[in-house]
Design a protein around this ligand. Sequence first.
Ligand SMILES: [Zn+2]
Length: 499
Amino acid sequence: MNRLESTLFFALAFLGMVTMLATSLSATPAAADYDLVLSNGRVMDPESGLDAIRYVGIRDGKIAAISQERISGRQEIDASGRVVAPGFIDLHAHGQRAFEAGLQALDGVTTQLELEIGVYPVTAWYEARRGSAPINFGASVGHLPIRQMILSGLTEEDMTNQDIRDRIFTQRNWVDNAASANQLAAMEQRVQQGLDEGGLGVGYGINYTAGATREEIYRMFRVARRNGVINFVHARFMNQNELGGSVDAVQEVIADAAITGAALHIVHIGSSGGGRVPLLLQMIDEARENGVDVTTEVYPYTAYSTFLGSAIFDGDFTRAQGIQYSDIELPETGERLTRERFEQLRGETPERMVIGHAMREENVAMAIAHPGVMIGSDGEKLANGKGHPRGAGTYARVLGRYVREQRVLTLMEALAKISYLPARRLEASVPAMRAKGRIRVGADADIVVFDPDTVLDRATFAEPTIPSAGIDHVLVNGIAVVRDGQLQTGVNPGLGIRR
Ligand SMILES: [Zn+2]
């Protein structure tokens, strides 16, 4: 070894020591270990049952540590006196523009999924949201938009044009007409295409497509089965008639699930079931016990919302639903309708949204408390800030009114219904959901920090955009989109969830 070589040798040895020292330093807990730490909160995880004070360390958008000892990170949020829970997963979110997504974030939601009606075309829908979503998003491929497209003779490109979509929305050809043999085959092919593009399942609004025959729905279920995905169904009828009522409607899709072997999720059993909720919950449980893969969900309100032209208002609907015309409300003014006023408005403005105060509280509370029933908001696109308050208040309402005030279920049961169970429901067909709905090392850092003593919905039918109270911090993929109860504008860490 000459002088130059020995200098090099010692220089390299020194570098090696520095490297080793740096490695050993970073292995001990240091400020640089975590991007963010939630300190001293009451961590509640519905999967493991953990309910204890912990420090949660977050790194690279994932939960990296759950510790009894104090840990520190580059940022820290004091969660003392607060619950730290998995972010809420909404299986039923129609309103996914930034405005509605922000309201949902303020209600603790970290993932909003449009599964009931679904979308078409699927790729364009995901592309339109990429990089501009505060919370995670996703959608099923929609039987209803596919039916609109095929029966209206539109192209896939037409379906990405909002003016064209708005124009056909209140037409009745795609609602009432039966599909030809060729159109049925085209629908099957489009559903398959939407699933190939990453759609999370197949969505249906059978109640809004009265012309869809039993055969048509059965054939779409077969496509879902072939692909191993769930059918998300708004069932055919929403009333108490013996023929053509809620029981018929639920039996139709349970039969399709049993025949085809496809998985089934029946949306908003509270509104679809009305007075038959107890019987329908029993049928759903019993079908599951007998091997049918069927689940359901409910939103925590006694009123539904839909547009005036909808097939829901065809025929003698007040008698069938057991309501009066005065149970129908205009959200803009609070006006309750008469028969004459209803018919006038339905003729003039079929696209107009109305509220139907149609359900009984005891049935809604029963569904919320029922084991295995999940919560989905059914929050919609608000028109000039008016509409149903469920898009803003569903989750805080469950935690504040049904857990704290009425005690119809425990806090841990409620957290399962709004985070873990929705993730579990989807994960067999949507593997990305395995990392959601849990406070577990390795899970996505979609987390809500809330005050169990003050959490409450504040949105009302008169003012549906008042954010919920008591939701302090909401993290999406490790990034705070709500901080100290304030929505962080321009922060868009939401990712698209696709199969
Ligand atoms: Zn619906």
